[in-house]
Design a protein around this ligand. Structure first.
Ligand code: ADE
Ligand code: ZN
Length: 336
């Protein structure tokens, strides 16, 4: 019998690919615009929702950067983070490693420390509710490399408050190799390393992210399937892929959910995980993605527990926290 949606929503998971700015729901865009006196290029929540039709990553990023202009203060980032954690908790997420685009906010005059502090406030209240997690400073690959380095240096004294660094924004034409010095510095600061690669860009970008940046986890990475040698390496070295099914369909990377390669990746023995990327824009949070996949693929039912365990194994949580999360999944499985 197919797993019910309620049961999917109660599956304990770790979310590893989530841009906090991508959780900005239309009503919060308007609430913060009013709070901060920011003029918006859309008249209403409905008018904004009408713009949620994307043809590519860039067509989405244009709207994503427009909307985040309402985020100004530490309090705004706290509100944003808390609303995400509330929703994530309802969907079974018990650990969240969250990207933030400090560089995009700095170009609008927002102090990266205000962004960091607001999100840490939110994570602090999340911990009380049973979600652990951390923050990943993501560099915008379509902006100058020296700017990324400068952003990293501006937060170097707060390295202890960061989990790691990542690489996001427009992919094609901005290969990982450009960011080799930035990732080398992040490593020196003791930060964990991840990078978006193989979303719209080729499998060779995944290889570069591994070989030149030292990425420990690849965000998206689905185009790795075009390179059998790379797939074999990801399997052998247990390098996780943080896959985002709704995102892939919304951004036209995959024509429809029924053609998503998540099961192929699992069949190849890849540590694949399911994540929501920018849930306010792509139609759902983590369990919504799982439920969508379960609808599209009857065989996914048998893989739900595997996906949840992969998310825990692929996380940067402590060994002790991983054991707790696996125990929660044991409990879920025993209730079958
Ligand atoms: N920034 C926010 N979402 C992104 C995605 N899916 N790919 C690259 N950069 C992003
Ligand atoms: Zn992403």
């Amino acid at each position: 019998m197919a797993t019910s949606t309620a049961r999917i929503f109660s599956l304990p998971t770790a979310e590893l690919h989530l841009h906090i700015e991508g959780t900005l729901e239309p009503d919060l865009v308007f609430e913060l615009a009013e709070r901060n006196g920011v003029a918006l290029p859309f008249e209403s929540v409905e008018a904004l929702r009408e713009r949620y039709h994307f043809t590519s990553l860039q067509s989405f990023l244009d709207l994503y950067y427009d909307c985040m202009a309402v985020l100004r203060t530490r309090e705004d980032f706290r509100t944003l983070g808390e609303r995400y954690l509330d929703r994530a908790y309802e969907q079974g997420v018990r650990h969240a490693e969250i990207f933030f685009d400090a560089q995009a906010h700095a170009t609008r005059g927002v102090d990266p420390e205000d962004v960091l502090d607001g999100l840490l406030d939110a994570l602090g209240s999340g911990t009380q509710r049973g979600i652990t997690g951390g923050l990943i400073l993501s560099f915008l690959r379509d902006r100058p490399v020296p700017e990324a380095l400068q952003t990293l240096e501006s937060l170097a004294h707060r390295a202890g408050d960061l989990l790691g660094v990542g690489l996001d924004s427009a992919e094609v034409g901005y290969p990982p190799r450009l960011f080799t010095p930035v990732f080398a510095r992040a490593k020196e600061l003791g930060l964990r390393l991840v990078a978006h690669a193989g979303e719209e860009g080729p499998a060779s970008y995944v290889r570069e992210a591994l070989d030149l940046l030292g990425a420990e986890r690849i965000d998206h990475g689905i185009r790795s399937l075009e390179d059998p040698g790379l797939i074999e390496r990801l399997r052998r070295e247990r390098i996780p892929l943080t896959v985002c099914p709704f995102s892939n369909v919304k951004l036209a990377v995959i024509p429809r959910l029924a053609e998503h390669p998540i099961l192929d990746l699992l069949d190849h023995g890849i540590v694949a995980t399911v994540n929501s990327d920018d849930p306010a824009y792509f139609g759902g949070y983590l369990a919504d993605n799982m439920a969508g996949l379960a609808d599209a693929f009857p065989a996914l039912d048998g893989a739900l527990e595997r996906l949840a365990r992969n998310s825990v194994d692929a996380s940067f949580a402590s060994g002790e926290r991983k054991a707790e999360l696996h125990a929660l999944i044991d409990e879920w499985a025993s209730r079958a």
